[in-house]
Write a protein that binds this ligand. Sequence first.
Ligand code: RTP
Ligand code: MG
Length: 138
Amino acid sequence: MSERTLVLVKPDGVARGLVGEVISRIERKGLKLVALELRNVERGVAEQHYAEHDGKPFFGSLLDFITSGPLVAAVVEGTRAIPAFRQLAGGTDPVEKATPGTIRGDFALETQFNLVHGSDSPESAAREIKLWFPNLAG
Ligand code: RTP
Ligand code: MG
């Protein structure tokens, strides 16, 4: 069954010129883009996006990072799109968890600067798509 997930190419990915690489991997996997936009994020949106991490030691620096420059926000659709993109991304720590062949495993070294975000559950996807693309038709 088809589902949607919210993908971000974080500011490090945009700054390093890896937008095309990420989009290409999404498309080659067989997933479909239904929304795609380069934008600068207000701190309030970043706070809502990462609300689950409020209070953690890295929360402040995570918000600084996510608002540090333009990022690419996308809605991606397809069969098992949520776990499929998490598979493409690789684990959160790009060295200890992400394996070679994944986006993080191939291109990142530090946990904070791990290039991409993907929704981690159907509930997160619904919440995040509404936050980032409130006008997107179902
Ligand atoms: P994301 O939400 O960005 O897709 O990443 P994730 O699910 O793989 O990891 P999550 O636990 O949700 O963490 C969100 C983002 O916060 C940064 N982080 N830094 N310094 C640290 O220990 C630390 N832990 C997490 C990363 O940018 C991570 O992707
Ligand atoms: Mg997460």
